[in-house]
Design a binder for this molecule. Structure first.
Ligand code: PBG
Ligand code: ZN
Length: 361
């Protein structure tokens, strides 16, 4: 059989570029859209041109600053592995939050360090717990600042796990269903104190549903849930455990947090949380899980948060303290990567510095 006659002779460059037309954003198969007519460098000539055609932007409205609140007064206890991060008593927390808000950062994420811990984590859900007090203070002093609360039990448990342990036995098994009640109670007590958003990080199955039901029963139908939907059992949480004094006293969190080998499972986790009532879904950590951020955003199109966790911050600080990297450039590039992957919200310990840098540009 004879080959079909082409109306125009196909040029060599058209042959080379033809496969690209399969891509949605590939250049059209046309001699005008390839070199020398098309020169990608044309749009890279000046900062103004580059900004004009930038596909992704960082802005202060996307940032959330995590803060650690402890008991006492006038306390600003530095975290060794996280330069610039402190455990703050409520008075100091208010000042820090005020400064952050003045820089344009719209939200903080609160973690509490209670004075005492026990095996039922009562400090997590008591009316006058450390986070509940801090929320009341912040909402009174800086009403426009969004206060998000981390909802978990590990900081309040004597053993440091995120849920209840099997009683009487030494198995160390973390119980799922009995933990849900305490998690829901914690979220409700945060809402009662005035939290704008509650963010469960415990990774128990069914917790979003338990929280939603409890919030609705208590009349907090308008308090959104930002769920740590795809939270991995990660070594990148190392410095945080010093900051929040929440390291498990035995074992690890691999029976409830996700295995870093899994990506499809993350989509199932996110689907479940959305079905149970999550309003915002989070992927954590961020930089080592950009594929997950990308898939979650493209699959569900929900407001998606990326949590640049403690070690992501510490590694940049340590390398730049040694003069090995440019702190500002690496921080901005990393956050931009999270945006490019699909994150709408960026939770980062560098939020205040980033807000300052964004003002300068
Ligand atoms: C506790 C919690 C952790 C982080 C946020 N909430 C630690 C953990 O799961 O062990 C990690 C945050 C960070 O590393 O910056 N449920
Ligand atoms: Zn926890």
């Amino acid at each position: 059989m004879k080959e079909a006659k082409l109306r125009h002779p196909v040029t060599r460059s058209e042959q080379m570029i033809a496969p690209l037309s399969r891509f949605r954003y590939g250049p059209a198969v046309h001699s005008q859209s390839i070199f020398p007519a098309y020169r990608p460098r044309r749009l890279r000539q000046s900062p103004a041109l580059r900004r004009l055609v930038a596909e992704t932007r960082l802005s202060v409205e996307q940032l959330v600053l995590p803060l650690f609140v402890c008991t006492g007064q006038k306390t600003r206890r530095p975290i060794a592995a996280m330069p610039g991060v402190f455990q703050l008593s409520i008075d100091e927390l208010e000042r820090e939050a005020q400064r952050t808000s003045e820089l344009g950062v719209p939200a903080v994420l609160l973690f509490g360090l209670p004075a005492t811990k026990n095996d039922r984590a009562t400090g997590a859900y008591s009316r006058n717990g450390i986070v509940q007090q801090a929320v009341r203070r912040l909402k009174k002093a800086i009403p426009q600042l969004l206060v998000i609360t981390d909802v978990c039990l590990c900081e309040y448990m004597s053993h440091g796990h995120c849920g209840l342990l099997e009683p009487g036995k030494k198995t160390g098994r973390v119980l799922n269903d009995p933990t849900l009640k305490l998690i829901a109670q914690t979220a409700a007590s945060h809402a009662e104190a005035g939290a704008d958003i509650v963010a469960p990080s415990d990774m128990m199955d069914g917790r979003v549903r338990a929280i939603r039901e409890r919030l609705d029963q208590a009349g907090f139908t308008d308090v959104p849930i930002m769920s740590y939907a795809a939270k991995y059992a990660s070594a990148y949480y190392g410095p945080f455990r010093e900051a929040a004094q929440s390291a498990p006293h035995f074992g690890d969190r691999r029976s409830y947090q996700m295995d870093s080998a899994n990506a499809d499972e993350a989509l199932r986790e996110v689907a479940l949380d959305i079905q149970e009532g999550a309003d915002i879904v989070m992927v954590k950590p961020a930089l080592a899980y950009l594929d997950i951020i990308h898939r979650v955003k493209s699959e569900f199109g929900y407001p998606t948060a990326a949590y640049a966790v403690s070690a992501e911050y510490s590694m940049i600080k340590a390398a730049s303290a040694n003069g090995w990297i440019d702190e500002r450039a690496v921080t901005m590039e990393s956050l931009l990567a999270m945006r490019r992957a699909g994150a709408d919200i960026l939770i980062t310990y560098a939020a205040a510095e980033v807000a300052r840098w964004l003002r300068e540009t």
